[in-house]
Structure formats: C-alpha cells, structure tokens
Design a protein around this ligand. Structure first.
Ligand code: ZN
Length: 158
C-alpha cells in the first residue's frame, strides 16, 4: 500500500467525468487499498478516485463505522434536507455550508463486483453525495451557500 498525492482544487482532473469500472483488476484492488490508506492518513471521511488523479468511478468512505468501498456508485433515493458545514481533502483548511439530503440510498458494487445497496443519514448521507459529485467532476464549493471559511485543525474534513 502507498499514500497517493491528493490533487487540489484547480487541478483539472477534478473537473472531469470518471469512467465506470468493468472488472476488479490487481491495479484496481491496489487503488482501493491506497485510497483507504491515503484517506486515513489525511484524517478524511471520504476520498474519490479523481482526487488521487484516477478517472474511475470509485469512492472510499469511513465516517467512523469502518471502511466503505463503493464502485460505480449511484444515488437511487433521497429524503429530506440537512444544512451544514462541508470540507474536502482537495481544499484543506476550508469549509462551507452546503444543503444535502438528510437520507441517501446508494447502489454500488463491492471489490468482488457484487452489487449492493446502502442507506445513510447525517454525515454518511452527506459523504455519499459529496464523493459521488467528485466522480462527475464537481466540488462542493459549487454548492456552498455564502462564503467559504477557515477551519481549525481539529475539525474533520470530507
Ligand atoms: Zn471532496
């Protein structure tokens, strides 16, 4: 496993639409492992493949309940609304207020290419939306209400 460089806002790789993963090759498995390690090292709760320069539809998330690997994820249901601070490892030290659904259900494939569905509320729902946006070349800053603000070191970033 290896730590990969996290691309920062302004890097054009973060504006591109990612391609579906068709099969789990050893390179994809290595990417999954590296992304998890990179996310934990950066104290993030989520990381999308384009953030490490790979234009594939792959996301890792851990909101404190263990690692989640989402391959080709898609939002299939949402409910309600939540408004709160959001940050991103591609824009360290900043956060902004974003409104997201309070509940999100995703379909995705795991690292054995088995389809599954997963529901999330609160931070997990927010992470699903934030990370899946990355796969279509979007950053949360496009959705921020008002201005970005600085965050202190202790705050978690997505
Ligand atoms: Zn992000």
């Amino acid at each position: 496993m290896a730590i990969r460089m996290i691309r920062q806002l302004g890097d054009e790789v973060l504006t591109k639409k990612c391609k579906e993963i068709k099969e789990i090759t050893p390179r994809i498995q290595e990417l999954v492992d590296d992304m998890l390690e990179t996310m934990y090292e950066a104290n993030g709760v989520g990381l999308a493949a384009p953030q490490v320069g790979i234009l594939k539809r792959l996301v890792v998330i851990d909101v404190g309940e263990g690692p989640i690997v989402l391959i080709n994820p898609r939002i299939i249901a949402t409910k309600g609304e939540q408004t709160g601070d959001e940050g991103c490892l591609s824009l360290p030290g900043k956060a902004g207020v974003v409104t997201r659904p309070a509940y999100v259900k995703v379909e995705a494939w795991n690292d054995k290419m088995e389809r599954f569905e997963m529901e999330g509320e609160a931070l997990l729902a927010r992470a699903f939306c934030h990370e899946i946006d990355h796969l279509d070349g979007h950053m949360y800053v496009e959705k921020v209400e008002g201005e970005l603000h600085d965050v202190t070191y202790e705050e978690e970033e997505e």
